[in-house]
Design a protein around this ligand. Sequence first.
Ligand SMILES: NC(=O)c1ccc[n+]([C@@H]2O[C@H](COP(=O)([O-])OP(=O)(O)OC[C@H]3O[C@@H](n4cnc5c(N)ncnc54)[C@H](OP(=O)(O)O)[C@@H]3O)[C@@H](O)[C@H]2O)c1
Length: 363
Amino acid sequence: MSELGKERIMKRIPVVIFGAGGVGAALLRQIVDGRNRVAARNQYRFEVAAVTDSRSCLFAAEGLDDAALLAAVERKRQGLAVAEGKRPSEIEIIDRARQAGWEKGIVVDVTAVDGMEPVLDHALAAGYGVALANKKALAGPWQTAQKYFNHSRVRHESTVGGGQPVIATLRYLLDVNDPVYEIEGQMSGTLGFICGQMDGGIPFSHAVREAKELGYTEPDPREDLSGKDVMRKALILARMAGWPLEEADIEVESLYSPELADLSVPEFMDAAAGLDETMRLRVATAQTEGMVLRYVAEVADGRGVVGLKPVPAGSALSSLKYISFRTGRYDDEPLLIGGKGAGVEMTAAGVLGDMIDLAREEL
Ligand SMILES: NC(=O)c1ccc[n+]([C@@H]2O[C@H](COP(=O)([O-])OP(=O)(O)OC[C@H]3O[C@@H](n4cnc5c(N)ncnc54)[C@H](OP(=O)(O)O)[C@@H]3O)[C@@H](O)[C@H]2O)c1
């Protein structure tokens, strides 16, 4: 085909991105770096119409050029807002893209905030696709979350497994009618790291401090230690598998006691030493039985448990980031998905994969 012919069928897909933190910035870099390859392979081109953080919005009706996208990444790296000035609401931003003539496109939620449902609903009602790394809309009350699980224009590969094909695998098992009995795994790289350090005798509070210093935890490590993020992942997998659990149906073990909840972060980091002896005993008890302690999520029909559990040392589950599916066809030997722990690049790649899939299948 002539170059002119190729040009004629190149589809331009507008993208509105909410969130320009670790994952958002990595996604922008990957869109810029991969633009030519994606265009050559698929004959479409993502045009980022808007990049938005909590304070501001960078917008270009025709799509932001690569220099503008990389400048936005650099501004975020320097701790600045993505653009000068205040921004319109999320819904107004989507409407601005539509008014610019973009009838079909993709809205990406790489924020970590609650309350994005009206924004996602607005995008879907407008015919846009939605790609999520933010788990919160999918893990809200089933009554509001249900519609996202069966919607043909919603993708969320990065919500569990941080870009590893966990969601795609579950979708495949469901598509081929293999009954899913149980899903189990370590779903937090941060908690996996802390457990791994404790295996070697490092006290719990030291392991938490090390994880924080390495940037593995949220600024307040209690957000990781509460187990809530793992609970959301378990809820998403359960709901996909056809078990419409609510948050209250999942038993969650927090790795800190309630009286530490109201302390400042520095106070908490010091007070966590009070948990060391209990943890040491639990680790030691597990080890005398040839086990290691891991923070594991298990879901099955009607139930979910998230918390510390002794697992056989050297087993797949004792390694970081394995998720196992026990199904009709994988009953004695569960299907395992695992690999390198996730980070922002892998998470962003999962979102980019979702965008490509939406563009290919739905737009
Ligand atoms: N990090 C990972 O490895 C990983 C792995 C799997 C899934 N995830 C999920 O991916 C999402 C993003 O993670 P992250 O690490 O990139 O978080 P992050 O660094 O905290 O970034 C969040 C971004 O969202 C922006 N934001 C907040 N409210 C907004 C709003 N109403 N509209 C638009 N933007 C808004 C923030 O703006 P400001 O910059 O102005 O604060 C920030 O840029 C989270 O939901 C997380 O759970 C992350």
